[in-house]
Design a binder for this molecule. Structure first.
Ligand code: PMP
Length: 304
């Protein structure tokens, strides 16, 4: 990732890609105390547009607040940085990574409160779980790692350090030949994927875990809206893994993963074993919205 042409927004300036570096004694590198987002821009008929930028920026600031980290830029400046990296890198579409981290001013558990840096990078990134995954669904395994307990790490924060848990879960699933992991909470109820929220469909209704231990996903929220428009009820509740085994359809949602059907969990076929009809319709509506084909949701798109 480091050896590329292009520019990265770094503390208010555009820096050549290869020069966007930091010292090895960077506090966040040692302890994981940082916050980030994953944002996507899509190609639309009127040029690239960022999906739900303000919501991502708001979550970034909320994550920082949870970690008691003061960000040295305003929300407006961070929004503008996203637009600028899409433009200056000449991208038609892409993934954006804003991240705030503590610098190398000192290295103890107490963070260097005044030494906070922010980057916003952007690069092309296709389907996170593969085009095939989007079309046919993916194979998932319940993880041996539990999702964070609400009073161990802060589940509403998209914090760098929280992702050690995601990485171990994904790594374990991938090593066993699965596409993704499903993490349960500490009480054994379904929480989310390593980087996605989960929905199940049963008898024409949508179910998703409440937000206790999973991230408050922006795609999840978008699905709520889509479901309402389709006349589908969404119920937030505790879900058990065997409820997923016997559901009609299941899918993951996330900025990177978009709407990815789950065709198998723990070697049990889910529903028809491919993308089900409700998932197909939700996915279609999702891509219509993000790619600017649904004028009712034009306010979710920020032109670049
Ligand atoms: N859960 C986790 C752990 C994630 O990392 C993500 C990706 N940000 C999500 C859920 C989905 O969130 P969003 O739809 O906002 O991308």
């Amino acid at each position: 990732m480091a050896d590329r042409d292009g520019v990265i927004w770094y503390d208010g300036k555009m820096v050549p890609w290869r020069e966007a570096t930091t010292h090895v004694l960077t506090h966040t590198l040692h302890y994981g105390m940082g916050v980030f987002e994953g944002v996507r821009a899509y190609e639309t008929s009127t040029g690239p547009a960022i999906f739900r930028l303000q919501d991502h920026t708001n979550r970034l600031f909320n994550s920082a607040k949870i970690l008691n980290m003061t960000l040295p830029f305003t929300r407006e400046e961070i929004n503008a940085a996203h637009i600028a990296v899409i433009k200056e890198n000449g991208l038609k579409s892409g993934y954006m990574r804003p991240m705030a981290f503590y610098g190398s001013e000192k290295l103890g558990i107490a963070p260097p409160k005044k030494d906070v840096h922010i980057i916003v990078a952007a690069w092309p990134w296709g389907a996170y779980l593969g085009e095939d995954g989007l079309a046919k669904g993916i194979r998932v395994k319940t993880s041996s790692f539990s999702r964070h307990h609400v009073n161990v790490t802060m589940c509403k924060a998209k914090a760098n350090g929280n992702y050690m848990n995601s990485i171990m879960a994904h790594d374990e699933a991938a090593a066993d030949g699965y596409d993704e992991a499903l993490l349960l909470d500490v009480d054994g109820f379904v929480a989310e994927g390593s980087g996605e929220n989960i929905f199940v469909v049963r008898a024409g209704k949508l179910y998703t875990p409440d937000l206790t231990s999973c991230l408050d996903g922006i795609t999840r929220n978008t699905i709520f809206q889509i479901a309402t428009e389709m006349g589908l009820q969404v119920i937030e509740k505790r879900i058990t893994r065997d409820e997923v085994y016997i559901c009609d359809e299941a899918f993951f949602t996330g900025t990177a993963a978009e709407v990815t059907p789950i065709r198998e969990l723990d070697n049990r076929t889910i529903g028809c074993g491919s993308r089900g009809p409700i998932t197909t319709e939700i996915q279609k509506r999702y891509f219509d919205i993000v790619q600017g084909r649904n004028s009712h949701h034009a306010d979710w798109l920020t032109a670049c």
